[in-house]
Ligand binder design. Structure first.
Ligand SMILES: NC(=O)c1ccc[n+]([C@@H]2O[C@H](COP(=O)([O-])OP(=O)(O)OC[C@H]3O[C@@H](n4cnc5c(N)ncnc54)[C@H](OP(=O)(O)O)[C@@H]3O)[C@@H](O)[C@H]2O)c1
Length: 335
């Protein structure tokens, strides 16, 4: 298996190196790509040194089986043809192709088979907030069809990339020294603050991030589910948290929901409120599963259930999900 990582210097790119190693991905050759800014940089992987190549419109992808691409939507659009023209499967982390009809949008625990139908050689990785939500929703959908969802997210700084995470750390240092904090990556200072805006606003008053949760969830789950989201940036370094209210066709008891979550692929149930046991981003950072806790009946709706999920959005929300897609394709001998 010959593998490429495009955008290796970034938050997600670095996670690809870790995840491929941790999961013992069957890899014979690795090629790393970046822009002219990181070209020439050296990264080590399984004891070997690899030099980053500049991504160019040439034949560098000839012979590469799978390319994990996390270099922003503009780069993905610009280089999709170059990456796929010799048969490379492009697994793309950007939002560029997610809603295209001829590009599958895949979360292996939910719709792995969709990855087999990829007319353009591109498979899209969903938005990080959507990935962790649909892994949990799938467990409930298996019990009773979910009609609608309200969700509020608490999104870590690293969701906006490596420099955003560094800016949050720097802001705390600057404030402690009595200096004016640097504010470049977000609209406002994030340290000691919350920002109720992730991505830009659309005409209906929701942000693009919130509309991604609506549209992507329907595409992945192949249902008429309605999702109303509020996305908030919080001063957490890594791992997104979400509170989710679902309305199902029939009432689901707490016991049923707990059992479904406990048995579901990719989920760890952490729900013992009497022992103060519930998932938190500080402890979920760097972990693979989606953690679920605080499961309750919705007090306003007999068919409603409320729960809390936390997942590392650079792992399951990006690199890990993409690697799991590739693992699935290998397992079914599709690459
Ligand atoms: N962070 C997350 O939690 C997360 C989750 C899900 C999806 N994503 C998506 O994954 C992508 C990367 O996000 P990130 O957080 O890793 O961002 P990041 O830390 O800012 O890294 C961006 C990467 O893209 C590379 N790049 C930019 N322009 C390029 C070009 N023209 N040619 C080649 N490489 C180029 C950069 O390389 P240089 O160093 O050479 O500039 C860098 O490696 C984005 O589309 C993002 O939306 C991120």
């Amino acid at each position: 298996m010959k593998v490429a990582i495009v955008g290796v210097s970034g938050a997600v790119g670095q996670e690809f190196l870790r995840v491929l190693d941790e999961r013992n991905f069957p890899l014979d050759e690795l090629v790393l790509f970046g822009s002219s800014r990181s070209a020439g940089r050296v990264y080590s992987f399984r004891g070997k040194q690899y030099t980053v190549k500049e991504l160019k419109h040439n034949d560098d992808f000839k012979g590469i089986d799978v390319a994990f691409v996390s270099a922003g939507g503009g780069t993905s659009v610009d280089f999709a043809e170059t990456i796929t023209k010799h048969g490379t499967v492009m697994i793309d982390n950007s939002s560029a192709f997610r809603m295209d009809k001829d590009v599958p949008l895949v979360v292996p625990e939910v719709n792995a088979e969709d990855a087999l139908n990829r007319p353009r050689g591109i498979i899209a990785n969903p938005n990080c907030t959507t990935i962790q939500m649909v892994v949990a929703l799938k467990a409930i959908e298996n019990l009773s069809h979910i009609k609608r969802v309200h969700v509020s997210t608490y999104q870590a700084a690293s969701g906006a990339g490596a420099t955003a995470m560094a800016e949050l750390v720097k802001q705390y240092e600057q404030i402690l020294k009595g200096e004016e904090p640097t504010v470049e990556k977000f609209a406002y200072q994030l340290a000691y603050n919350l920002i109720p805006q992730v991505d830009v606003f659309t005409e209906n008053g929701y942000t693009k991030e919130e509309m991604k949760m609506y549209n992507e969830t329907r595409k992945i789950m192949h249902t008429d589910i309605e999702v109303s989201a509020t996305c908030v940036r919080v001063p957490v370094l890594r791992a997104h948290s979400e509170v989710t209210w679902v309305e199902t066709e029939r009432p689901i008891s707490i016991e049923e929901a707990r059992k479904a979550f406990a048995e579901a692929d990719g989920i760890i149930l952490q729900d013992e409120p009497s022992n103060k046991e519930y998932p938190m981003p500080l402890f979920v950072a760097d972990k693979e599963p989606v953690y679920v806790g605080r499961i309750r009946k919705d007090l306003t709706n007999p068919n409603g259930l409320t729960f809390w999920t936390v997942s590392d959005q650079i792992k399951k929300g990006a690199a890990l999900n993409a690697v799991q897609i590739a693992e699935y394709l290998i397992k079914v001998k599709n690459i």
